[in-house]
Design a protein around this ligand. Structure first.
Ligand code: 5GP
Length: 183
């Protein structure tokens, strides 16, 4: 599949995504039985994941969509913006950040620090995808859907320069010959 100037191949089917989202929701339901967590999905990338996840959460909860941005094109710019759009008081709350993908973990680290300064009782993270840099750094992501390699991925909320967010399967960028001469 061509998106703009890049070629992508199917990577994780919607069936596998849905099964894993259900498993993550079940873990959260079990861990938060006597709590009422506040879910903070990070826009734009997590809108589809958050929507499917939240349909299966059966503990009392609140949801507030927030926004940050660190990516432009297919590589991290390293420029971090602050958390915006928070409508709820998080003082003394059990917060669960809902992320599409954790790569360097810079975004997450920044958000977690900001949230702790607001006097939260606990902050955990549920991420659909996790890349090697976050694993290597031992970023504290309690709930992970899929551990993947360093490929650029698209679909299920994730975009390439604004394209492809509505795809229900997850795709990965096909390496060009210059990046991997063996292919
Ligand atoms: P980090 O700060 O962990 O390096 O970057 C996390 C953010 O970068 C994610 O929330 C996502 O928006 C974006 N990102 C990281 N890897 C990918 C990827 O493979 N594809 C897309 N579309 N976005 C990515």
């Amino acid at each position: 599949m061509i998106v703009k100037d890049l070629e992508f191949v199917k990577f994780i089917t919607k069936t596998k995504v849905q099964a894993q989202v259900k498993a993550l929701a079940e873990m959260i339901n079990a861990d938060y039985q006597s709590k009422a967590p506040v879910f903070l999905p990070i826009l734009n990338g997590s809108f589809m994941f958050a929507s499917d996840l939240m349909k299966q959460i059966d503990v009392p909860n609140k949801i507030s969509f927030v926004k940050v941005s660190s990516y432009s094109g297919t590589a991290s710019t390293g420029q971090l913006k602050t958390l915006v759009g928070l409508e709820l008081s998080l003082f003394n709350q059990d917060v669960i950040i809902v992320e599409d993908i954790v790569d360097t973990g810079l975004t997450l680290q920044k958000i977690v620090n900001e949230l702790k300064e607001l006097g939260t009782r606990s902050v955990e993270v549920v991420a659909l995808l996790r890349k090697p840099p976050a694993r290597e750094k031992k970023m504290d992501v309690k709930y992970v859907g899929f551990d993947i390699e360093n490929d650029f991925v698209l679909g299920y909320g994730l975009d390439y320069d604004g394209h492809g967010r509505n795809l229900t399967d997850i795709y990965r960028m096909k390496p060009t010959n210059s990046e991997n001469p063996a292919l």
